[in-house]
Ligand binder design. Structure first.
Ligand code: JFZ
Length: 415
């Protein structure tokens, strides 16, 4: 079982992923050709030669980047940690690296160490900072792996020694407390190489977590496949990395934004199963966060703030609710069941198989008491019915808290 043994990770529930790099400048299109894939992979998918891609650095001048704005926004959305791409597969360091001039300070007209800015903003606003670092794929270094290409002639260890390890040392020593390193796509990394990278991280910052994608079954917690949620409660600590549209890095043509209500539901679903939701934004070439991302996350944040008590500090139910519902998700604290309702037009909440004695029902965001009845249905199963005030009938996305008499099981199994 993967266990971070760290309270902050278990309690976080919601974090912000930031994919930002030279690819953001291309925004999904290079010399009139568009990528059909995730935008940060454009160099690979469109076969842009290193010497060509490198030239992007000279144009990278994201004057609107504002670390404090992003951190304050994340805080306002209820997020507890940020994971920033310090180096993605393209090999470009988004901080002032001393071991590779291919970095945002030395290679761009911008010359600002955005990681330093992010660190300071996180410290100022009490936000945890984690760093994505692409340890295996590096499309800039001749010995770094590149997916979908021939890697057979590469000396991967030489790349690790020359770039990956020195850069990890830099990001773990120069930017304050780093709460986690988000390794990714381990590809051909051997078990020994993975173990060595983990040891390196822990030797510099013992409390720094390592993501599941270090490979070889290592890592402090499980990272699901992108945008995928385990069906059953997964024992141990885990996280779902997810997008708001269909790309991580900015793509000007991707308007397939998720409905904010769907995002709220995904968050609660993931939390109810014990996971954290690491939700992505992809700033553009000028460092601006897409307005659609802000719009969606502002709405999600409203739900999170109004119902924080039903999200943070919740624990996974020993037994999930035995029926598949299309209108609700449940979270739980000792002696309290939270019913998150996601569809409108409901007159009552009718739930069979509540085994525990219900003592009270309240609308969480206002504290308003709701009338309810506990009965037996014709088959002898316990049923609870909560009356919803007419003011709620047009609404979706609210949470009803049921106070329970006992700490024991909440639900009855289906007999
Ligand atoms: C990886 C990256 O390649 C991608 O650019 C992005 O950073 C994302 C968060 O992580 O993408 C993956 C990695 C693994 C799987 C899918 C996408 N996987 O195992 O299914």
């Amino acid at each position: 079982m993967k266990d971070t043994k760290q309270r902050w990770f278990k309690d976080s529930k919601f974090g912000l992923f930031i994919h930002w790099g030279l690819y953001s400048l291309l925004a999904g299109e290079y010399q009139g050709r568009k990528t059909e894939h995730i935008a940060e992979w454009i160099m690979n998918h469109l076969d842009i030669p290193v010497k060509e891609y490198e030239k992007l650095a000279a144009e990278f001048n994201p004057v609107h980047f504002d670390a404090e704005y992003i951190v304050k926004k994340a805080k306002s959305w209820g997020m507890k940690y940020i994971v920033f791409t310090s180096k993605h597969h393209d090999g470009f360091a988004m901080y002032h690296s001393k071991c590779s001039p291919y970095n945002i300070v030395d290679a761009t007209p911008f010359k600002r160490d955005v990681l330093k800015e992010l660190q300071l903003a996180c410290e100022k606003h009490d936000m945890r900072l984690g760093l994505y670092y692409s340890q295996a794929q590096d499309w800039h270094d001749p010995d770094g792996f590149m997916a979908l290409k021939d890697n057979s002639k590469k000396n991967f260890q030489a790349y690790l020694d020359r770039k990956c390890i020195p850069q990890l040392k830099e990001i773990l020593t120069g930017y304050g407390k780093i709460s986690l390193i988000w390794f990714d796509t381990p590809m051909g990394t051997t078990a020994e190489q993975s173990r060595n990278l983990v040891s390196l991280v822990k030797s510099i910052q013992p409390d720094c977590l390592v993501s599941g994608r270090i490979g070889n079954d290592l890592g402090d917690y499980m990272t699901t496949s992108d945008n995928f949620i385990p069906l059953r409660p997964y024992r141990g600590d885990w996280e779902v990395p997810a997008t708001l549209n269909d790309t991580w890095g900015f793509n000007k043509d991707d308007h397939n934004w998720k409905d904010p209500n769907e995002v709220i539901r995904l968050l609660v679903k993931i939390n109810s199963r014990g996971g954290n939701y690491l939700l992505n934004i992809g700033p553009d070439a000028l460092g601006r966060v897409p307005q659609d991302s802000i719009r969606i996350l502002d709405q999600v944040g409203t739900y999170v703030n109004e119902n924080a008590g039903a999200i943070f500090g919740t624990t996974v139910l020993a037994e999930p609710y035995p029926y598949d519902l299309n209108w609700a998700e449940f979270t739980h604290k000792p002696r309290t069941l939270f019913i998150h309702v996601f569809i409108g037009q409901k007159r009552v909440i009718y739930l069979p198989n509540i085994g525990n004695k219900v003592e009270k029902a309240t609308l969480l965001k206002t504290g308003e008491a709701l009338s309810f009845e506990s009965q037996k249905d014709c088959e002898g199963n316990s049923v609870i019915e909560v009356a919803l005030p007419s003011s709620l009938r047009q609404q979706a996305n609210y949470c009803v808290a049921l106070g329970l008499a006992e700490e024991g099981p909440v639900f009855e199994t289906i007999r």
